[in-house]
Design a protein around this ligand. Structure first.
Ligand SMILES: Nc1ncnc2c1ncn2[C@@H]1O[C@H](COP(=O)(O)OP(=O)(O)OP(=O)(O)O)[C@@H](O)[C@H]1O
Ligand SMILES: [Mg+2]
Length: 496
């Protein structure tokens, strides 16, 4: 256990204040008690915990808490008055560090600590130390269980379950391997919990446990809320056209998932889909996750912004780290240009830094996070983003050609329980030149309403009537579409 050795060193090293940022408070305290109670007799120091609910309480002995020290100021005064060795773990003290009296009391304690052999541990999920204490403090970080350790944890949980229930856990070896991999980034306690959840349902570890594990993991990790977990993914069959994009993804699937036969291939890192609105860019992002069979996380660049200086980049970095912990996964950044719109003054400074942080990450990262970014408005797209080598490929999603229009009509008819054969879709596809996928879907939906209102069963005539009533995007936004195509000409490859 390298953590235990490290913590023992920090404790004997003489730093009067130690900052411990962790979500695994019970795990940390358990380790702390072990270290403190195993100290040599001549080095033994009493160990206390403090929480605002109970005040100070011995952790190395079963003694009552001292509720008179529940108030943070009283607790610090008490510690300062004790001229004896001791280790004090202050749990969730972070809200009280804003008070100058607390800061000064901590500094008093810290300045006398070496002589008295006292150590104050500040244990919180996140803690910002006031500058007065910065030089007096050390940091301790708990490491997370590695691959082998996780495999041992899952094994142990399975054995415990088998002993309790009187029958062995039915383990699919491939699912077990994926489970162990997917539990990366969690504390020991959380790893145990999710492994137990996966087993409890059916006494087995199978591929069907994995989505639930990923969702639970996401909920444990995503505390800032800039990333969201999209439950709704799609399949290739839901997406008409984009055939080259589909082939491209298909060829990279094994490499992305780290399968042995693709070991020599470079895994894909990201694509940018630029194109005409309503032609399936967002749907393609969802289908990427569906086809790769991995979680879909969406990152809203707009939500990353914070009015406090530096906070926006921290949020973005946290979100990207979070995505890495969820790997393999698809990170979907819809309408990336909206979050990066270059404005004036400070807004654009932040925007530049966000873009810089993102591009650095894109260039450096190694985890299996496949970025699928989409963009509509090329005028707002920063040129750095589309420079060669940033994304693996830039795809242009154009208005669908005839065969694709037919596919799209059939997809949306079938989705509504209608047999496409009854609609002569080949002929309908001729009548909707210049329509986007979204408009084709809309024509199907409206035709169903129209037929219903007439008390008729829906047929090709209803759809045709709807198509004739619509002024398609290619007409309404002729100039924009032309500008997009011209822009895309020498910068992108066609998605279809
Ligand atoms: N190629 C397609 N195949 C099947 N359905 C499509 C296709 N394109 C669009 N649609 C339908 O239109 C809806 C809207 O498409 P989507 O949101 O993917 O377009 P988009 O390119 O992201 O548009 P925007 O630029 O407006 O965000 C989809 O949910 C789907 O129902
Ligand atoms: Mg979209």
């Amino acid at each position: 256990m390298p953590d235990r050795t490290d913590l023992a060193l920090v404790l004997t090293g003489g730093s009067p204040v130690v900052v411990v940022e962790t979500w695994d408070e019970p795990g940390f305290l358990e380790m702390l008690v072990q270290i403190a109670t195993q100290a040599r007799r001549d080095e033994y120091r009493p160990l206390f915990r403090w929480a605002v609910t109970d005040g100070l309480q011995r952790l190395d002995l079963a003694l009552e808490a001292q509720p008179t020290t529940a108030d943070p100021r009283d607790a610090l005064r008490h510690i300062r008055a004790v001229d004896k060795p001791g280790i004090y773990a202050l749990l969730d003290f972070h809200p009280y560090l804003g008070d100058p009296v607390h800061v000064r009391l901590l500094k008093d304690i810290a300045l006398a600590a070496r002589r008295r052999r006292q150590t104050v541990l500040l244990v919180s999920h996140r803690l910002k130390l006031p500058p007065e204490l910065e030089r007096l403090a050390a940091r301790f970080e708990m490491s997370l269980p590695g691959e082998e350790e996780r495999a041992r944890i899952v094994q142990r949980i399975a054995e415990e379950w088998a002993a309790d229930s009187g029958r062995p856990v039915d383990i699919d070896p491939h699912a077990l391997e994926l489970l162990v991999r997917n539990l990366a980034g969690l504390s020991t306690a959380d790893t145990e919990r999710l492994a137990r959840n996966a087993i409890i349902v059916d006494g087995a570890i199978t591929a069907s446990d994995l989505p639930g594990v990923m969702q639970a993991k996401y909920q444990l990790l995503n505390r800032d809320g800039v990333l969201s977990y999209e439950y709704d993914t799609a399949r290739f069959a839901d997406l008409g056209g984009l055939s080259r994009f589909k082939t491209w993804l298909g060829q990279r699937r094994a490499a992305f998932l780290g399968e042995p036969e693709a070991a020599s291939l470079e895994p894909p890192r990201g694509v940018l889909l630029v194109g005409v609105q309503g032609c399936g860019k967002s749907l393609a992002a969802k289908a990427t996750a569906g086809v790769y069979g991995v979680p879909l996380l969406s990152l809203d660049f707009g939500a990353v912004y914070d009015r406090y200086h530096g906070e926006s980049e921290r949020r973005l970095r946290d979100s990207l780290r979070m995505a890495e912990l969820m790997a393999p996964c698809v990170l979907w950044i819809d309408e990336i240009e909206k979050g990066l719109a270059s404005g004036s003054g400070d807004a654009s400074g932040t925007s530049q830094r966000i873009l810089g942080t993102f591009l650095t990450w894109l260039a450096e990262r190694r985890a299996a996070v496949m970025v699928v970014a989409t963009a509509n408005d090329i005028s707002a797209l920063p040129p750095e983003l589309v420079r060669k080598g940033r994304f693996d490929e830039l795809f242009f999603v154009d208005l669908p050609r005839r065969e694709v229009r037919q596919d799209i009509l059939e997809i949306h008819l079938a989705r509504r329980g209608l047999a496409p054969e009854r609609f002569d879709t080949a002929r309908l596809a001729l009548a909707c030149e210049g329509f986007s996928g979204a408009e084709l879907e809309q024509a199907v939906v409206s035709a169903l309403y129209a037929a219903n209102a007439l008390g008729q069963s829906p047929g090709p005539g209803h759809i045709l009537a709807e198509l004739r009533r619509t002024r398609p995007l290619s007409v309404v936004m002729r100039e924009r579409v032309a500008a997009l195509r011209a822009w895309a000409e020498d910068r992108t490859v066609p998605a279809d």
